[in-house]
Design a protein around this ligand. Structure first.
Ligand SMILES: C[S@@+](CC[C@H](N)C(=O)[O-])C[C@H]1O[C@@H](n2cnc3c(N)ncnc32)[C@H](O)[C@@H]1O
Length: 351
């Protein structure tokens, strides 16, 4: 039977996965990997109580870790199109932060973050997260103690109506994306109406046609996120791809070689991501000018690249004649952190 890659771009895949195993699972990096970029973004914002949108939260412990970065948990909004992940996340937050727990763990997390800000960090994983893998208790939402929690919503980032049901336009100062755009990139390219629903000029009664070509899903993601982000908001994205955002100026880095791609695949497999299909998203075409002229916003006018950083993935140890040894011939595998900044170009939704 021909090789069938997992459907990382389909909601059903994620619902099945989170239903069969609701334990916390981290893609690519630990929850604190984005701390320096988050701290910087929150320091730079002029908002007193900046709102943080955590897209494609899955079952990552990053959701709870984010609480330590803000004054009020309500400033954090976790969204995912898997309603299973959202329910698991909502209940787990109650379990961790309810009256059953003393406040020490949260202050433990906060002190870890402030250590990192002050440059004296020696830990890579938040101490406050150490017990988070406990199975879910019988807690239901009705038993929620009277305290504050983060926001949790099920929403599809590739549907502007679904996103707007969960998020108000021009609201978020920081968008956190831990390998979610990787997953979105696995969604099929789609034909879209032109002018597009979300546009840089107010559109009302213009006749609508179908785009002559299907559009890459990461373009659509960028346009939709521009709608809910404030001007100068930062979109902090962790990815395994050196070319995650097709609309950004390239090449900042040389394109990843096929050999390195197979090394990435084998590293991902060794981390548990079997059959990870790194070829699904290599269609990084720019949007044809004709489509932009006919009303598809150019994402490069909505977001600029403020920074791109590499994270070295530690080499795997393997068994060699009974003893553990580090592979030395393997090229270094990198993960990438992109910091995108929202421009001042306004976007509107078709009335
Ligand atoms: C690779 S996982 C990353 C999960 C988590 N951020 C982490 O680091 O462990 C991708 C997540 O994005 C979600 N996702 C994928 N496409 C989405 C979409 N179109 N709208 C909302 N969520 C999406 C999936 O349900 C899944 O939880």
């Amino acid at each position: 039977m021909p090789f069938q890659p997992p459907s990382f771009g389909e909601r059903q895949y994620w619902n099945d996965r989170f239903t069969s195993n609701s334990n916390p699972f981290e893609w690519l990096e630990a929850p604190d990997a984005l701390d320096p970029y988050l701290v910087d973004a929150l320091r730079e914002t002029r908002d007193q109580n900046p709102k943080v949108l955590h897209i494609g939260c899955g079952t990552s412990l990053l959701s709870y870790h984010l609480r330590a970065h803000v004054k009020q948990p309500e400033q954090i909004h976790n969204i995912d199109y898997s309603e299973v992940a959202i329910e698991v996340g909502r209940k787990r937050e109650i379990e961790i932060f309810s009256a059953h727990k003393n406040s020490e763990e949260e202050s433990d997390v906060k002190s870890t973050i402030s250590d990192e800000v002050e440059g004296n960090n020696t830990t890579t994983t938040s101490k406050g997260n150490k017990d988070l893998t406990k199975s879910l208790s019988q807690l239901t939402l009705n038993e929620t103690p009277n305290m504050n929690y983060m926001r949790w919503s099920s929403a599809n980032l590739l549907s502007h109506t679904s996103l707007l049901n969960a998020c108000k336009p021009s609201t978020y100062s920081v968008i956190v994306d831990k390998s979610t755009s990787d997953s979105v990139a696995c969604t099929d390219d789609t034909y879209v109406p032109l002018p597009y629903h979300v546009n840089t000029t107010p559109i009302a009664s213009t006749p609508v046609t179908q785009s002559p070509e299907p559009v890459h899903p990461v373009h659509i993601l960028a346009i939709h996120l521009a709608l809910v982000a404030k001007p100068q908001a930062r979109w902090i994205a962790l990815s395994y791809s050196a070319e995650r955002f097709p609309f950004l100026d390239r090449p900042l880095y040389q394109s990843t070689s096929p050999n390195l791609m197979s090394e990435i695949a084998s590293t991902l497999a060794s981390e548990g991501f079997h059959d990870f299909d790194y070829e699904l998203d290599d269609d990084l075409d720019n949007i044809p000018q004709q489509m932009i002229d006919n009303g598809l916003p150019d994402p490069s006018t909505l977001w600029t690249l403020a920074g791109k950083y590499e994270i070295e993935v530690p080499q795997q140890e393997t068994k060699n004649g009974g003893s553990m040894t580090t592979i030395t011939h393997r090229p270094q595998v990198l993960h990438w952190v992109y910091v995108l900044e929202r421009t001042n170009v306004e976007v509107f939704v078709r009335g």
